[in-house]
Write a protein that binds this ligand. Sequence first.
Ligand SMILES: [Zn+2]
Length: 682
Amino acid sequence: MSVFFEPWQTPFGAPPFGEMTVGAFAPAFERALAAHRAELAAITAEPAPPSFENTILALERAGRDLERVSHVFEQYASTLSEPSVATIERDLAPVLARHVADMRADPALFARVDAVYADPASAHLDRVQRRLIDRHHLEFVRAGARLDADGRARLKAIGQRLAECFTQFRQNLQTDEDRPALVLTDATALAGLPPDLRDAAAAEADARGLPGSWVIANTRSSVEPFLQFSTRRDLRQRVFEVWTQRGDHGSTDNKPLIREILALRRTRARLLGFETFAAFKLADTMAGAVEAADGLLRRIWPPALARAREEAATLEALLGDEGAHHPLEAWDWRYAAEKLRRRRYALDDAEVKPYFQLDRMIAAAFDVAHRLFGLTFHPRADVPAWHPEVRIWEVRDADGRHRGLFYGDYFARPGKRSGAWMTHLRSQERLTGDVAPQIVNVCNFLKGGSGRPALLSLTDARTLFHEFGHGLHGLLSDVTYPSQAGTRVAQDFVELPSQIYEHWLLRPEVLRGFARHVDTGEPIPEALIDRILAARHFNQGFATVEFCASALVDMAYHTATNPDDLDPSRFEAETLAALDMPPEIVMRHRSPHFAHIFSGDDYAAGYYSYLWSEVLDADGFDAFLEAGDVFDPTTAARLRRFIYAAGDTADPAELYRRFRGRDPGVDPLLAGRGLLTTASRA
Ligand SMILES: [Zn+2]
């Protein structure tokens, strides 16, 4: 008997991680998939006519074992990866993909969903139920359920070929990123690099069997600091060129794949009744249409461009002051900006970090949730975890009732995927009982050396608040139907709960209480808070142009009506020229390595969505400023009810209006980036 299919006799029915072995996963998946197939077959075999209960709710109830096994396995695959887990994961991915595709392509199942969708009797259902039917129906339709057998076969072939192209794109990119950007054998070539970067370059060389030399890896985390600190302009240029030409040449040239991917996507969109892939993609977002997403980008572009030009002039003047008589080039920007940042704000990570102790920042995130929503957090040592470093809290509501479990897995370790994310072991719902959520945050912070407390950079602290904001979206979820719970919302809405939470981190009300010196316990000096706040808008012209250029090119590719004869190099150059892109700035992701949009469908015609959510979080946080209190109870109650608790129970634009009393405006985003008036200096 597998532990996955027995009731879990643990506090709150949490997964009994200690009793699980890696070897148990493959048979457990097999059994769970078979169970789901049987449940789906029972829905189609139902003799009674299709109804909300016997079709939609039956679909909602189906697949529970599969979810249970998947969510536990996800922790192993992402945070405890070892060869045996990676093998299971690789073997499993196509099986799970085929399982979903087969379900969506089942004509008998779709016929029942379609009948419920069209049934006048479903008019008596409430709006949440109606939305649930529409969502299930739409998932089938967007997967091609309305097409005839020939159309479905073409769609399937397109899907298979796209998957191959995505893999090839990713592998070409990986090959280029695995080649070093720079190998240095002479210590003078390290001029300007701080000690930790020199150490990292030496360690990289050792790992590649080149002891005694230094390697700058061709990855963002190595290249950007090198461009920021190296005083060797010739080497900055070399690193920059290698970095920005990933996937652009030779045997790893991704451009033919780009053309094929764009053509396949357009064919698929047209089969499904849309003129372009972007039109297909945007139809299922909060933005709703290409014009809305593109319009936002074009509203942000001119002030960002103007600010970037001012920044370029300032940086060029600074280089001139230091005796460099050459124009500012793309490989000079980060270097000059770092000099200016130090000169203008005297901000140094080494001065800031001692005030941002991990444990106190966790306490700060919890305290904000307490002041906004009344939540309290109680450590639980008796709940099993997948690793001894994982910390677990029981979350209680203002009335003391159990709200859910919160797991924090904060430290980097071998075998753990890089980055930070939120996920769940169980999501909230009331369809199969009063099910409380079990929410996970995973980060990759560095431990403190020799038993010292872990310290965070400002970026790390922002990440902690960001992921905790996603976590609250799961914890505060208050819905009936599983597929509407928590973060299962439109892609351009899902970053609102996380991004808005970041706003509380840098509030003096929060910093004064929790940003205390690791050794002395003294609160952070007001003058340092002022310098941190003053530096917020620094270099935002550059950052916004770099990001928006990628988003605009993404949208241009996916609205193009001639993808078959499109030359990516020329298309990219012409699109940027039409935008008046400054020559000193390169797109954050150039086409041949734009993995967001070419190694999968998720962010294709969707790179804008980060900025879309930023419009909402900037405008949304302003509601607290207008109320004169960043913990204003009335505003917090609306934020909880309509944003954090509502899941996908209503249209996101409507939810936002109910929270804010009106539609969002773009000005708070521009103000947040210091771009509202280009005359005012950051
Ligand atoms: Zn996020």
